[in-house]
Design a protein around this ligand. Structure first.
Ligand SMILES: Nc1ncnc2c1ncn2[C@@H]1O[C@H](COP(=O)(O)OP(=O)(O)OP(=O)(O)O)[C@@H](O)[C@H]1O
Length: 380
């Protein structure tokens, strides 16, 4: 029997024979603007989301994520601009005409309806024959592994189970687009990670386009085909998770996505870079950065204790703290020029962990330094 209380590894959903499959839609935001009084929540927001894409809108609180999602859902009206789904403008259509599946943080299940009836609701609204409804709901219950709980009321379910019901209700009518606003925000970390896999797996099989909102960069990296970073209502950068991590285009994105060391850098002429806090100057011909002040973003795993080779840059440090994380050790260390930096090592068997006060030589490849501009905050 399926244990519905246990977070899934994803294998069960794979075994469920999915016949449900929708074709994902293309979504276009065209210069969408929205202000609340003097607060400009969304400035000239333009973005094309491809069919079947898992697109995450990522940003800190108040950056405009929900405003963008609500404009797409039809819960709020854009001040100007257009939103198209498969080429059709939906800007004047009420939410129910847009045919979108939606999942929010607070489950929003109907408390007086059983799990079955909650999931059946969108199909009844669409006047589907009773026999087809039963078949569809049972199939979706199997996908989200809630079959044994079909007769329960929402109040008798755990948070994770309620969220699975909300997810089932959103996918049961096979929508071409699924909107999710912080759907896992109320759950604990372990359950959140298990459901991340499950949602991704099911979306992959359904083929629908997903627009997902979160402020959690780890969740965005784990789930998305592409991420949009919003800052103060503007798009700061759009890219795949690896593009965002490996090639951030601003100090903000470098800092927001993953951990990094951000250090002031001076480019004297194209290809000649000084990072005073590391006490280094080096040449890197692939840099096309213009002369001036930049920030060097160096990911902690790029700093390594190993012999320098060829063009490698060496940095001498004194260990401050070593944090044992099982397979990985994270260190903080002080450079000879006063900067506190972080580096991270995979732990190998029987490696001795250096202690506080020991010196170490770290090595870095010039191509692992990403120079980013410090773009100012925009005024609203
Ligand atoms: N109904 C409203 N009335 C006035 N201001 C609003 C309203 N809704 C949103 N705002 C403002 O618009 C800006 C963007 O809000 P939005 O809810 O889109 O941000 P968010 O990124 O989703 O934030 P959070 O992660 O906290 O939900 C914020 O400054 C917010 O205070």
């Amino acid at each position: 029997m399926v244990d519905v209380n246990k977070p899934s590894s994803g294998t069960l959903t794979r075994e469920a024979n999915l016949q449900t499959r929708s074709t994902g839609a293309t979504i276009e935001f065209q210069s969408v603007r929205k202000a609340y009084g003097s607060v400009k929540a969304l400035h000239d927001f333009s973005l094309t989301i491809r069919p079947g894409e898992f697109l995450t809108i990522l940003g800190s609180s108040g950056s405009g994520k929900t405003t963008a999602l609500n404009a797409l859902a039809g819960f709020s009206t854009a001040d100007s601009g257009d939103i198209r789904i498969d080429g059709r403008s939906v800007i004047d259509e009420p939410p129910e005409r847009r045919n979108l599946g939606m999942v929010f943080q607070n489950y929003s299940l109907f408390p007086h309806m059983s799990v079955f009836d909650n999931i059946a609701f969108p199909l009844r609204m669409r006047r589907m024959p009773r026999r087809d409804i039963k078949e569809r709901v049972e199939r979706v219950l199997e996908i989200v592994r809630l079959g044994p709980l079909a007769g329960r009321m929402p109040r008798d379910l755990s948070g994770g189970q309620q969220q699975r019901v909300a997810f089932a209700r959103a996918i049961v009518f096979e929508p071409p687009v699924l909107l999710m606003d912080e759907p896992l925000g109320a759950l604990d970390l372990k359950l959140r990670e298990a459901l991340q896999f499950e949602i991704k797996e099911i979306q992959h099989q359904l083929g629908c386009t997903v627009v997902y909102v979160t402020h959690d960069q780890r969740e965005a990296l784990a789930m998305s085909s592409r991420i949009v970073v919003l800052r103060d209502g503007r798009i700061e950068q759009v890219g795949t998770p690896s593009e965002m991590y490996d090639a951030p285009q601003s100090r903000f994105v470098a800092d927001f996505i993953g951990q990094t060391n951000l250090l002031a850098a001076d480019v004297a002429q194209p290809g000649s870079v000084a990072i005073p806090e590391l006490g280094i100057t080096y040449r890197e011909n692939t840099f096309t950065a213009r002369a001036g002040s930049w920030y060097a973003s160096i990911r902690p795993e790029k700093l390594q204790r190993r012999p320098a080779e060829g063009p490698d840059i060496a940095v001498s440090v004194t260990i401050q703290e070593a944090v044992f994380l099982g397979d990985v050790i994270e260190y903080s260390a002080r450079t000879d020029h006063g900067a506190l930096i972080h580096f991270r090592e995979q732990r190998r068997d029987r490696d001795r962990i250096p202690e506080r006060g020991e010196t170490a030589n770290l090595v870095l490849r010039p191509s692992d330094v990403v120079l980013v501009p410090d773009l100012p905050r925009t005024s609203r």
